[in-house]
Design a protein around this ligand. Sequence first.
Ligand SMILES: Nc1ncnc2c1ncn2[C@@H]1O[C@H](COP(=O)(O)OP(=O)(O)OP(=O)(O)O)[C@@H](O)[C@H]1O
Length: 445
Amino acid sequence: MLKDYYLEALEETQKSLQKGKQIWLTNASFLKEGNNSITLAFPSKMYLTNFNNFCKSELQSKIDSLTGSHIDIETIIGEADFSSVEEDDKKEVEEEEIQRKNSYLNPIYTFENFIPCENTNFAYNAAKAIAMNPGINYNPCLIYGGVGLGKTHLLQSVGNYIEKENPKKKVIYVTAETFTNDFINSLQQKNASSFRIKYRKADVLLIDDIHFLQEKISTQEELFHTFNDLYEANKQIIFTCDRPISELKGFTDRLKSRFTRGLNLNLTAPDYETRVAILKKKCEAQNVRIFDSVISYMAENIKTNVRDLEGSLTTLIAYSKLIKTNITLEIAQEQLKNLISAPMASEQDISISTIVKEVASYYNVEISEIKGKKRTAIIKDARNLAIYLTRKITQYSTTEIGNYFDRDHSTITHSIDKVDQERKQNSDIAAALDSLENTIKSKSK
Ligand SMILES: Nc1ncnc2c1ncn2[C@@H]1O[C@H](COP(=O)(O)OP(=O)(O)OP(=O)(O)O)[C@@H](O)[C@H]1O
């Protein structure tokens, strides 16, 4: 009796599952039923894990609604005849799984979740066209623009789309930093060939933040050869960069010319309407409701980039959950006042040099040491803190901060994240940071 309901629920669930995910359900075998339970058997742990991850909740809600009561779905490995699950089939599925895990794509970054505006429509549509026909029309492709404007999101959307629609294609997503580290490791382990095989086997190679490769000539050389191999084999290559290629320093001309050879897409800050749409979409995704007046207030005042918009939204949502209250316009104004009232870089009173001076005196080190290359613990701490405070209390972008401290963008974000993390974990550090921030602000008046 329950088996009939199960079969009906199975059919409906299969229709609603994403392409490629049905296999985890079709290979489940109905073993037995109890009063309010059914038992399904699976050929292996991998099938069971994927059933739990991708199919179980859907199947559960279908079967519960068909029977009108809650049915326990019990699961077991083996104990049924799985000879119909061909060995090849298993192997193929395993390979696809391994590939999915190795591509390191964040499933949140999809075209559906990206809201283009007039300025970014071209980039959005071009990226979609690439995803539909990788390696054909726009190869290579470079996506560039300032921080937090969606470069990684768009890049990974291409990867996620291809993985979903074309699971046999091998997609590799890496940051330029990971690419560099992989390369260095391969040299240390005298295993350059496995590095080459890994990257040159890609059907789609997505490399994020190539500005990280500035001055790293050997890695650039390796990337150049990887590029040529893939390009000649019509494999799709996409890069992101925080600035136009012409502004990259310490790059070989031949690699620069490879980057610019294909399609160059520029991402710019979203307009007001898009900022509103992005905020609404993020609220929807998190299942929270925020008054339109608050959304308008945020969109009117936070124009820098989408990451800042998201950050403000996270602040408000956290506040609303913690205090258990709806976010009114007054609460939003109060909670976001530091962010919103901060003047733009060009008109701000607080300069980076004031911050560095105060931090240097706080740590009793020289200003030149903070900006220099020394890596003793105390100087590193002072440098990280100066970078963090600059980001926190001025409107300078991470790229501008990087230029000042002569560090690349990922080093700057790493410093900011590190101090942020320490601040969260240690109330003494939080208090010291607050006091230093107040000193800097009062001295800048
Ligand atoms: N147009 C957009 N629609 C929806 N979300 C967006 C959009 N642009 C950016 N975001 C979101 O903003 C956040 C920052 O985007 P992302 O990390 O892609 O920026 P980025 O340009 O790669 O920044 P960085 O140079 O710092 O690496 C992400 O959470 C992303 O989902």
